[in-house]
Design a protein around this ligand. Structure first.
Ligand code: HEM
Length: 487
């Protein structure tokens, strides 16, 4: 799909790919001079630049950009962007020179829609304190303690499906991953009604993201249906979060003052903020806790649900891969459900998971902005420029991947490991701001897949995905038919 068909580029890329083996890890970043050129790119249309092309078919547009080089300038939605297609530059921006960059205006605008004071959107010392406080919910011991819930919830869902039933995977997995997240991290059971509030908000944010950039062209006095839906859904979510916090405060006082689930940690993190504008007695800042809760509800369920949808759809279309997966599951589990201890033995399940995340990274692009004007690979990047790190395209770049559009879990076997650059694959980002829930997500994905594979097979009803860039890489409706396995 994402191929560099530009004839001049093919050779240039090949050469530079060879030149970039192990010793050429990251790209150079230096202060820019006024004479340094900006990266090349499409000229676009007058006034709206490439907005029309970018909003009509964002994936196709980004693919097209890749033919201009490793760094490509374009204007869209009233903003200046530079798309990044080179793993070395990804490593520079996310890891080795991460201090020179912030998430920036584009991410911030998204954060403002969702949770401006949540750990995914704050910067500097404030972000560091939040991240430190929150990471204790993601230690290996903690992840281990969540595993049984991941398996039990999956088994219950799969046992509810009837043989021959057509299931829309996106809906089914969103319900499952939201349940797992709130049970595991918040020690909460969201009933169907409360779950629907979160799903509603997720969908409303997804819808507004589809036309996110276009919002800047809309007169404020003409709210669209999408915006009204978003306002209503977020108001519902705020009410839900208020209720959950109030319930937890009451319970914590009565039941166990030392509760250490993530919701309780969030309260502690808000206290560490020291602003105490919420509850004067506890020093809890209600706004910060609300934003952290919302961050985890979104970052932690839609991503994994999307990844599971792709993985199961891919498995349904590749009977040979499915047979190998079943063989591993039979051999390692011998007829029982998986536990945390099995995860390290489920090598092929891990390869399937990694390969699904390569082909369809739920977080399909990352955004950064330089703090000051910088020179990256001899090109000048002004501070008001948004770097769009093209995860989806890089993970399918034929410079780094053989048969890049094919589903081949075997490519992850150790003996097939190549010397491709580390950041040719980064579904969880990289550097200090890499995904806080990565271990949680990888454990969940493997346990859910192994639990499902023991019980059911899926046959594709939806043959072709209808990919679009929403909150995550959206596959459209994906229907499969469930075939129950004899156990
Ligand atoms: C397959 C599932 C997931 C994928 C593909 C994914 C991907 C990512 C990526 C790429 C980032 C980095 C964003 C950036 O650098 O701009 C990120 C950040 C984050 N993720 Fe995930 N994620 C997943 C699951 C989860 C889960 C399960 C949780 C929580 C339970 C979570 C919580 C977070 C948080 C809090 C951040 C922000 C970290 C920070 O800025 O310090 N994610 N995720």
């Amino acid at each position: 799909m994402t191929r560099r068909s530009h004839p001049e580029r093919e050779d240039g890329r090949k050469e530079s790919a060879d030149a970039r083996s192990a010793d050429a890890k990251s790209a150079d970043v230096a202060p820019a001079t006024a004479r340094s050129p900006k990266p090349p790119g499409p000229s676009g249309f007058p006034v709206v630049d490439s907005t029309v092309a970018a909003s009509r078919d964002p994936l196709g547009f980004t693919d097209e950009l890749a033919s201009y080089g490793d760094l490509v300038s374009y204007g869209a939605f009233g903003e200046e962007f530079v798309a990044v297609f080179d793993p070395r530059i990804v490593e520079t921006v996310l890891v080795s020179e991460n201090d020179a960059f912030v998430k920036g205006d584009f991410e911030q605008a998204f954060g403002d829609l969702l949770a401006p004071q949540g750990v995914a959107f704050t910067e500097g010392e404030r972000w560091r304190r939040q991240r430190t406080a929150l990471q204790s919910a993601f230690t290996p011991d903690r992840i281990e303690s969540y595993a049984a819930e991941m398996v039990a919830a999956t088994a219950a869902r799969a046992d509810d499906w009837a043989d021959g039933e057509a299931v829309e995977l996106g809906d089914a997995f969103a319900g499952l991953t939201l349940h797992i997240l709130t049970r595991a991290l918040f020690d909460l059971d969201l009933d169907a009604q409360r779950g629907a509030v979160v799903r509603d908000a997720t969908e409303a944010i997804g819808a507004i993201m589809d036309r996110f950039g276009l919002l800047s062209f809309l007169p404020e006095w003409a709210p669209s249906r999408t915006e009204r839906r978003y306002e209503a859904a977020m108001a519902g979510l705020d009410d839900l979060v208020d209720d959950l916090m109030a319930e937890r405060r009451d319970e914590a006082a009565e039941v166990d003052p030392d509760r250490d689930d993530l919701l309780s940690l969030l309260v502690a993190a808000a206290e560490a903020e020291g602003t105490g504008i919420g509850n004067e007695e506890t020093g809890m800042n209600a706004e910060v806790v609300r934003d952290q809760l919302v961050t985890f509800l979104f970052a932690g369920h839609e991503t994994t649900s999307t990844a599971l949808t792709y993985a199961c759809w891919l498995l349904a279309g590749h009977p040979d891969v499915r047979r190998r997966l079943d063989a591993e599951i039979d051999r390692v589990l011998g007829g029982r459900d998986p536990s945390f201890a099995d995860v390290s033995q489920l090598d092929y399940t891990e390869q399937v998971t990694k390969e699904a995340l390569r082909l369809y990274p739920p977080v399909y692009a990352l955004y950064r902005q330089p703090k000051d004007e910088v020179l990256v690979d001899d090109y000048r990047i002004p501070p008001d420029t948004t770097l769009q790190i093209a995860t989806y395209e890089i993970q399918r770049d034929e410079c780094w991947w053989v048969a890049p559009d094919e589903f081949r879990p075997e490519r992850w076997q150790e003996e097939n490991a190549s010397d491709r650059p580390e950041y040719a694959y980064f579904p969880f980002g990289g550097g200090p701001r890499h995904c806080l829930g990565m271990r949680f997500a990888m454990t969940e994905l493997q346990l859910v897949l192994a639990t499902l594979a023991r019980r059911v097979e899926f046959e594709r009803v939806t043959d072709d995905l209808d990919l679009s860039m929403g909150l995550t890489l959206d596959p459209g409706a994906v229907e499969v038919r469930v075939r129950k396995k004899m156990r």
